[in-house]
Design a protein around this ligand. Structure first.
Ligand SMILES: O=C(CO)[C@H](O)[C@H](O)COP(=O)(O)O
Length: 208
């Protein structure tokens, strides 16, 4: 089980400071969507060079031009890109083509997908690497259960690995670990913690 740290709001220098503190406890570094919009692929390049032992995920949330947009992130050094599950099949297939060319992986973000079980089966059959249930930032705190979505994904995948994102905190971690996703994505709970290294280490230990 892997811990992915999501970096959404910090500068590159602030992220380097944070990653130097937590690098021994995380497996994947996510360059979050707001960060990509602010900086382009520069953080992807910087983090890949400084932390070659960690996988870098560019949270591109691709909705169109799948091959083109995925290619840019892979060329910059991303190991994984994200594509939205609500998009056209052709976009996902395009991103998978780029992944094959550059030896990368594709994570499908299922945010806003209405029929989760059906779409999981469809994208799984296309050969994607990860399928991620995602409680959007703007609806975190609503009654919707991300854990329920994870269980649906795990029940409907054959080949892909599952991931979960969106407001994951230390006190919500244990039942998520119990549901056994491949990747647990944590942003604010680590980056806003009083002691970020202790929080990352504690979360990683609970995942074993
Ligand atoms: O993709 C995202 C928002 O769209 C975030 O990176 C994801 O939700 C993880 O961050 P947090 O744990 O702070 O919710």
């Amino acid at each position: 089980m892997k811990l992915q740290i999501a970096l959404d709001t910090l500068t590159i220098n602030e992220c380097v400071e944070l990653l130097d503190e937590v690098k021994d406890y995380v497996d994947i570094v996510e360059v979050g969507t707001p960060f990509l919009l602010e900086e382009g692929n520069k953080p992807v390049r910087v983090f890949k060079e400084r932390y070659p032992q960690l996988d870098i995920l560019a949270d591109t949330k691709i909705m169109d031009a799948g091959e083109l947009e995925a290619t840019g992130a892979f060329k910059a050094g991303a190991d994984i890109v994200t594509v939205l599950g609500v998009t056209n099949d052709e976009t996902i297939i395009g991103a998978l083509k780029a992944a094959k060319t550059y030896g990368g992986k594709v994570m499908i973000d299922m945010v806003c997908v209405k029929d989760l079980a059906k779409r999981v089966q469809e994208v799984d059959a296309m050969g994607v690497d990860y399928i991620c249930c995602h409680t959007a930032f703007d609806v975190q705190g609503s009654t919707k259960s991300p854990l329920g979505d994870l269980i649906i994904i795990n029940a409907n995948v054959t080949n892909a690995k599952s991931a979960i994102a969106g407001g994951v905190k230390l006190d919500s971690l244990d039942p998520i670990v119990e549901a056994n996703p491949e990747v647990i994505i944590v942003g604010g709970a680590i980056s806003n913690a009083d002691n970020r290294a202790t929080m990352a280490r504690t979360m990683k230990e609970r995942m074993k």
